[in-house]
Ligand binder design. Structure first.
Ligand SMILES: Cc1cc2nc3c(=O)[nH]c(=O)nc-3n(C[C@H](O)[C@H](O)[C@H](O)COP(=O)(O)OP(=O)(O)OC[C@H]3O[C@@H](n4cnc5c(N)ncnc54)[C@H](O)[C@@H]3O)c2cc1C
Length: 350
């Protein structure tokens, strides 16, 4: 985590950390093709492994503050966020609100020139490292659904915030339960209008799907890694393995093209829409295929740590793939969005 932080700072200070961002907030104001060019060069080197605390800050919270925040919020939060000096988490999901995010019940009640927030969030990635959280709350239980919600920027070190890590089947604890007991938030840290939280959340979900379609990191890397592993284990001439490798390569090409289309839409000033769902779904299908091919190549070596190069290290990846089908909107929800907004099929009964 510290090396990743240092890497992000180095990039930011050298002018490569926020290539497409406005100069007012530490960016270079260049087109997405410049960012892609830099990423392609970066992928040729071994750099610190990604971490959800950094991804959420840079790819979800930062763009949301940029889209929906006040000038004061942008001035205060964006530069340290881009340098990874301050980490953020996304406090959306609750025990009773995941896909149906508008059902959140964590409430925020007026208290002087601020608000008191009380409730429970869950699956909060990176909360144990976060300095700040971006939270969706219920401020008007009487209002029609989607109109009673308000978003806030909350200091995770405030009295009343308790973070409890959850243990995953991979052995790690990347996400948490977060309990909030009367946590005070200044009205100046409200993100968007009172009752406008749904629009703010939708903006973030659009960014999340686009990022979700890129979560695998460099497109050619998994294919190269699988090929190296197949060669190392003498499986590279197996017909079924070769077919799997070709399918992984094709998936990655398709995902790259989808990403380029989303980038072009973003560059033209649009907020990511349904193409994010297509990218997210393509990403999870691609990850599933990579996990299948890795399992085919490795066989029992996947679960037995023999110390042999390039074998057991795949086990954490394979265990993490089911989670990617849920995080950032499940596969079923992405299919609903594509059906309704891209294909124009009738809306599902609500
Ligand atoms: C790795 C990981 C990281 C995460 N990080 C965060 C985070 O940082 N912050 C955060 O707020 N949340 C986070 N989440 C939570 C994630 O957003 C939710 O898990 C997700 O939205 C699904 O909600 P749920 O778990 O409540 O499942 P539910 O919404 O209860 O869904 C259960 C099942 O029902 C299906 N389903 C639900 N509605 C429909 C429908 N309308 N049509 C068809 N099928 C449907 C779903 O596809 C799923 O299979 C993370 C989750 C994972 C796995």
């Amino acid at each position: 985590m510290n090396t990743l932080r240092a890497w992000q700072r180095t990039k930011q200070d050298a002018g490569f950390g926020s290539i497409t961002w406005s100069q007012s907030y530490g960016g270079a104001e260049l087109g997405a093709e410049y960012e892609r060019g830099f990423l392609a060069v970066e992928e040729e080197f071994q750099t610190p492994e990604g971490h959800e605390a950094v991804t959420i800050s840079l790819d979800l919270v930062g763009p949301t503050i940029l889209s929906c925040g006040t000038d004061e919020q942008k001035d205060r939060y964006l530069r340290p966020l881009r340098r990874a000096d301050e980490h953020w988490c996304q406090l959306f999901s609750e025990p009773g609100a995941g896909s149906d995010l508008a059902s959140v019940v964590t409430k925020a009640e007026r208290d002087g020139d601020g608000w008191r927030v009380t409730g429970q969030k869950v699956w909060t990635s990176g909360a144990q490292f976060a300095d700040y959280g971006y939270i969706l709350t219920l401020t008007d239980p009487q209002a029609p659904r989607h109109r009673g919600l308000t978003a806030f920027l909350i200091d995770m070190h405030s009295p009343g915030v308790e973070v409890r890590p959850l243990r995953q089947m991979s052995g790690g604890s990347s996400f948490n339960e977060v309990f909030l007991d009367g946590v005070w938030v200044a009205d100046a840290d409200r993100l968007g209008a009172v009752g406008g939280g749904w629009q703010v959340a939708i903006t973030t979900l659009g960014f999340e799907r686009v990022v979700g379609s890129r979560l695998t990191g460099g497109a050619p890397n998994f294919c190269d890694l699988l090929m190296l592993t197949a060669r190392h284990l003498g499986r590279a001439s197996d017909l079924i393995v070769r077919q799997g490798l070709a399918a992984v390569w094709a998936d990655q090409k398709i995902r790259w093209l989808i990403t380029r289309r989303a980038d072009a839409a973003r560059q033209a000033g649009g907020v990511p829409g349904a193409e994010g769902s297509i990218g997210k779904l393509a990403m999870t299908e691609g990850l599933r295929r990579i996990a299948d091919v890795a399992s085919l190549i490795l066989g029992p070596r996947l679960v037995a740590d023999s110390g042999e190069w390039g074998t057991f290290s795949w086990s954490e990846f394979v265990c993490g793939v089911p989670g990617s089908r849920v995080a950032g909107g499940t596969d079923e929800v992405q299919r609903n969005i594509i059906a309704e907004r891209v294909l124009g099929l009738p809306r599902e009964p609500r």
